[in-house]
Design a protein around this ligand. Structure first.
Ligand code: BES
Ligand code: ZN
Length: 593
């Protein structure tokens, strides 16, 4: 037996799933999905077949000819869920499993109508990465087993369903008042890219292959914000090769979505907090789009190789933005990234194994290991290789890498073998082993220089010494510049300074959440009472973990902000995703240390 993915019961000696057929009835009253899955196998098989499940109720399993298949569901592991062991009769080519999800299925977040923008109709969406697909479908939940899929999804007729797949029509559902949406995903994907959402959705076309979906009250704002997407796709195709997924559509989720974006193929899911009104946060779109190559075509074999997904994608995102907006603006993004990287390394500790790129997460929940390290350390490692061989040669290498490994899932070691073959000597020259297998940052890590960055850090330092930036100087700062200025300010300021900042930069009213949260974090850490109302408002609405962590942490510094945090959390937690709740609870546990 060989279990290569520490987060899956997939056993390499057993049969592999090739295609999945879903038949789902989405129950908005009971908050569950009831239905069946057909797992089609690569080859006719027999014997043990182990699947991953999480909080599923299994009703029955049968082979393609209707013969019952014996199955046993083990006691659940808190991280991995329960192993479902089937015993396949001779010649099994497909297995049908009838099952029901739990109302607490970790991959799903349900919204009652009053929790949506329109307040009229319910909403549900899934988030399967890293290891939560198993909470909505029994499957070999490892990126090593790629599957194509088809789905029939029955929902109330007032709602619209979308998936990480191509639409394949719809028909009236069997039960009255229902409608069935059909989907086809012909390309093999890792199970973590399975995704569904349903709600009161409308769409706007952005180009012949890109469209945005959102609740009606949001869809025009979203269309304005993401107007640039076709140009991004074109630039990315030049950099990384043809876009292979047919359409690139996007879905704007409710603000409780715990992430910024999720690269579900053909249907990126995004937080509404990137809709700033001035297109200043489209780096998230560039990022999710870049995953169409690095992540969705070439996929990490398990979460121990997550940097292959996120490090390359963070680097690719900045290459796309360089091409569209110039290198100066991406130098600022690298600076923002440096800040969050340093914070993550400090939070884990410089010697923590979680600061390695290649991790060993056996027994660790990938959601607890999540940080900027695979993103920003990973992207710096990619840059180190790029600088070593030059941009042009590295670009050719990237295209060949993607072409060679498209539609496969690979390990760090397979990547290094390919690097050694294509660019001999590079791994040693950039100290690849230090990047991958050692904690902290190598001393040779690339530095990103920019005059603008120097100006901004100097202005922040001067501010701390009581010297305000000149209106003429600050007037020329774009969103990223202002963000970097704020990031470099002391975490605690006096009332006079805080008042000056808010008055001159209108921070409390900002539509750009990066700036807004940075400001509220400084103000919260400074016990600045005038913005407590705004903090409450934001925290009761937004569930993006990237924002909850710093803001709740900052509220931990003073007695009255601590009680404010507790009060807000009590009121807001019902609306938070379970991952967001975990983050806030872990932050608040440290309040009294
Ligand atoms: N794939 C990630 C989101 C993710 C990672 C979900 C791990 C679950 C487990 C996505 O591509 C991502 O990185 N999103 C970032 C965007 C940012 C780096 C531009 C986010 O959510 O903040
Ligand atoms: Zn990503």
């Amino acid at each position: 037996m060989a279990q290569l993915d520490p987060h899956s019961n997939y056993d390499t000696t057993q049969p592999r799933t090739r295609h999945i057929r879903l038949n789902w009835f989405v129950d908005f009253e009971r908050h569950l999905i009831d239905g069946s899955v057909v797992l089609e196998l690569e080859n006719p098989s027999s014997g043990y077949f182990d699947l991953d499940t999480k909080a599923l109720t299994i009703h029955s399993a049968s082979a393609q000819d209707g013969r019952a298949v014996a199955c046993q569901l083990d006691d659940p592991d808190p991280i991995l869920g329960g192993r479902l062991r089937l015993q396949l009769p001779d010649g099994t080519t497909s297995i049908t499993i009838r099952y029901t999800t739990s109302a607490e299925a970790a991959a799903l977040q349900w919204f009652k109508p009053e929790m949506t923008l329109g307040k009229r109709l319910p909403f549900v969406y899934s988030q399967c990465q890293s290891i939560l697909a198993r909470s909505i479908v029994p499957c070999q939940d490892t990126p090593r087993v790629r599957v194509s899929y088809s789905a029939a999804v029955t929902i109330p007729e007032t709602l619209t369903a979308v998936m990480s797949a191509g639409p394949a029509g719809n028909r009236t559902g069997e039960a009255s008042g229902t409608q069935t949406f059909l989907f086809e995903m012909p390309q093999p994907i890792p199970p973590y890219l399975l995704a569904i959402a349903a709600g009161d959705l409308q769409s706007r076309d952005l180009s012949s292959r890109a469209r945005v979906w959102a609740e009606p009250g949001m869809v025009d704002k979203a269309a304005y914000e993401f107007d640039e997407v076709e140009r991004m796709i074109e630039v990315a195709e030049q950099l990384f090769g043809p876009y292979e997924w047919d359409r690139y559509d996007m879905l704007v989720l409710p603000p409780a979505f715990p992430y910024g974006g999720m690269e579900n193929p053909r249907m990126t899911f995004v937080t509404p907090t990137i809709i700033a009104g001035d297109r200043s946060l489209v780096d998230v779109i560039a990022h999710e789009l870049a995953h169409s190559w690095t992540g969705n075509l070439v996929t990490n074999a398990s979460m121990d190789h997550f940097w292959l997904n996120e490090g390359f994608t963070t680097w690719a995102e900045r290459r796309i933005l360089d091409a569209l907006h110039g290198e100066e603006s991406s130098a600022l993004r690298w600076a923002v990234g440096q800040k969050v990287l340093t914070e993550s390394i400090t939070r884990f500790g410089i010697d923590s194994p979680l600061t390695k790129l290649r991790t060993d997460l056996r027994g660790v929940d990938p959601d607890d290991a999540f940080s900027s390290v695979p993103y920003e350390k990973g992207a710096r490692f990619v840059t180190a290789m790029e600088r070593q061989v030059g941009r042009e040669r590295f670009g050719q290498f990237m295209r060949k890498y993607i072409e060679t490994f498209r539609f496969t899932s690979i390990t760090t070691e397979e990547f290094i073998a390919f690097l050694n073959q294509e660019l001999p000597g590079t791994a040693a020259a950039v100290e690849a082993d230090a990047w991958l297998y050692e904690t902290g940052m190598p001393s040779s890590a690339p530095v990103f220089k920019s005059e603008k960055l120097d100006e901004l850090t100097a202005a922040a330092k001067a501010f701390a010494d009581g010297i305000r930036p000149e209106p003429k100087q600050a007037g020329g700062w774009d969103s990223n510049s202002l963000l970097i200025f704020l990031q470099n300010l002391p975490r605690q300021l006096d009332r006079e300074s805080l008042g000056w900042l808010d008055e001159n930069f209108k921070l409390t009213e900002r539509g750009n959440y990066e700036i807004l949260i940075e400001w509220l974090t400084i103000a919260a850490g400074s016990d600045y009472e005038p913005i407590f109302g705004r903090i409450r408002e934001v925290l009761l609405k937004v569930g993006r973990m990237k924002y909850l962590r710093p803001l709740y942490s900052a509220l931990g510094h003073h007695p009255r902000t601590r009680s404010l945090a507790g009060e807000i959390y009590e009121q807001g937690k019902a609306g938070y995703h379970i991952l967001s709740r975990r983050v806030v609870e872990s932050v608040m546990e440290k309040f009294h240390e």
